[in-house]
Ligand binder design. Structure first.
Ligand code: CP
Length: 310
């Protein structure tokens, strides 16, 4: 594995999940591995879990951490051959190579604009760093995926599963803002690597990229889709067609205790209480959201370990 920007970059999915889970019982076992090494993380968008879990994981491996909150303050040029006489003051070719002089691994978080589907599919910032960096690049959530979250989610299902072949349902849930497709995309890819009975439920008009969902059972009837589920993953996403719109009028898609029945509730966080999931669920024993967040440490720690060893 040269970079980790897609869950399909993993050479052995099951082994990665089990090794990541094993790190939980002895997090500092490999503290010598990262000594003298540094991870530089660039955040073009905010984060609580990804930033802190990666810092903890790097410390567990003995690494140093440098974080740059890029925000809107640093305008980069990405196009080849551009005459740079406008706002952008630095080309990604220099930026990625310079950071590679300071870092052994680069982490990038860069959300989609949700205005132009083709631009978002290109995942320009992440892909440019992959192209020009001289060191491995990890996605800390890009336009098209959140593979660290998906690995932590797979770990969580593995930990809590007590069925031979658990029923896992990804359900769309309401949200007042348009949200990216990164988390559901990576979760769907992760489920394709696990021995689970997987399905998706969403209101009509909220289909994801058909290439992504090809061969997966999709239902517009949330109530019947959730019946007998073992794991329910609640997540909002903006419309795919037309692209990037908020879907109004589906408040009744919020996850309630009645809908959940005996299933575990999963969500990547942050979650809007009583919009996406009701309090009774999030405060109850069926919620796995904190376990998912805890597993974020060991997911990224395993990825960093693999990249350092390779
Ligand atoms: N789930 C997740 O990636 O959380 P943050 O946006 O806080 O990093």
């Amino acid at each position: 594995m040269k970079h980790y920007t897609n869950i399909f970059d993993l050479k052995n999915f099951d082994l990665t999940v089990s090794e990541a889970l094993a790190l939980k019982s002895d997090p500092r076992k490999f503290v010598e591995l990262g000594k003298g090494k540094r991870i530089v993380m660039l955040f073009f968008n905010p984060s609580l879990r990804t930033r802190l879990s990666t810092e903890v994981a790097a410390a567990n491996l003995g690494m140093d951490v440098t974080i740059l909150n890029v925000g809107d303050s640093w305008s980069l040029e990405f196009e080849d051959g551009t005459v740079m006489n406008m706002d952008a003051s630095e080309h990604v070719k220099e930026a990625a190579r310079v950071i590679s002089l300071y870092a052994d691994i680069i982490g990038i978080r860069a959300f989609p604009g949700l205005k132009n589907k083709e631009e978002d599919r290109a995942d320009k910032i992440l892909q440019s760093f992959k192209t020009y960096a001289d060191v491995p690049v990890i996605s800390l959530e890009g336009s098209t995926g959140h593979p660290l979250q998906a690995l932590a989610d797979a770990m969580t299902i593995t930990e809590y599963n007590s069925s031979f072949r658990p029923k896992v349902v990804l359900t769309w849930a309401p949200h007042p803002k348009p949200l990216p497709h990164a988390v559901p995309t990576s979760f769907i890819r992760a489920m394709s690597q696990m021995d689970v009975e997987f399905s998706i439920t969403h209101p009509e008009g909220l289909a994801l990229d058909p290439e992504l969902t090809r061969g997966i059972h999709v239902s517009y009837d949330q109530e019947s889709a959730l019946q007998d589920a073992d794991f329910v993953y609640a997540k909002n996403w903006a419309t795919y067609e037309p692209y990037g719109q908020v879907a109004d009028g589906f408040d009744n898609w919020m996850i309630t205790k009645e809908k959940l029945d005996h299933a575990y509730l999963m969500h990547c966080l942050p979650v809007r209480r009583n919009v996406v999931v009701e309090d009774r669920v999030l405060d109850g024993s069926q919620s796995l959201v904190l376990s998912q967040s805890e597993n974020r440490i060991y997911a990224v720690q395993q990825i960093i370990k693999n990249l350092l060893e390779e």
